[in-house]
Design a protein around this ligand. Structure first.
Ligand SMILES: Cc1cc2nc3c(=O)[nH]c(=O)nc-3n(C[C@H](O)[C@H](O)[C@H](O)COP(=O)(O)O)c2cc1C
Length: 173
């Protein structure tokens, strides 16, 4: 698929068929995340693939929405801030969440290319996710990505126009 067509077709999917996702396809999605660029190539994140219905059930306590319950796979994207790049020469800003976001976006696009649906979920309870995932200290959950075969088309894309979003040369030219 042409890249721009893929970007247009990818939508957040909030309804899933119960069909299991083959491991080969899950691995393709993970590989796309693995190929994402990261600051200084530090790759300061971890992906936890949850397929076990018992663990999925526990995870649902962190985000009790029907579509989250339906997803046959949830990928928990965690950052390890101490392993990320920080802009020490200026303000010390840590870029691990930016890195994790790029990897997650790569995974959503790869999934769409494979005919799979995804939805970013960040409105979860991080305490519950950390407990259910048994995350050690220093590992933070930043996003939960549902993955499965869509049973709904997703919402029509609504975006600001480029004219509202893009400026040229300076803030005010
Ligand atoms: C950082 C981030 C957090 C999000 N968190 C949620 C969420 O908690 N629940 C949800 O249903 N959708 C969530 N979304 C999905 C957005 O609502 C969705 O991407 C946006 O409305 C655009 O729609 P589209 O993905 O279909 O293009 C999130 C997306 C991003 C990028």
């Amino acid at each position: 698929m042409e890249f721009i067509e893929l970007a247009e077709q990818r939508r957040s999917i909030r309804g899933y068929k119960p069909d299991a996702v083959p491991d080969e396809l899950i691995n393709e999605v993970l590989r796309a995340g693995n190929l994402a660029p990261t600051a200084k190539n530090l790759q300061p994140f971890h992906f936890i693939v949850v397929r076990d219905p018992a663990v999925l059930e526990e995870l649902c306590a962190a985000y009790p929405r029907p579509f989250f319950h339906e997803a046959p796979v949830i990928i928990v994207i965690c950052t390890e801030p101490a392993a990320g790049w920080t802009r020490d020469m200026h303000d010390g800003k840590n870029y691990c969440e930016v890195d994790a976001a790029i990897a997650t976006d790569h995974m959503t696009l790869a999934a769409a290319d494979l005919g799979l649906g995804t939805c970013w979920v960040c409105a979860f309870d991080p305490v519950v996710v950390s407990e259910v995932m048994r995350l050690p200290a220093g590992i933070d959950p930043v996003a939960l990505l549902t993955l499965g075969y869509p049973n709904e088309p997703g919402r029509e894309k609504k975006r600001k126009s480029l004219a509202e979003m893009v400026r040229y040369e300076r803030w005010e030219s």
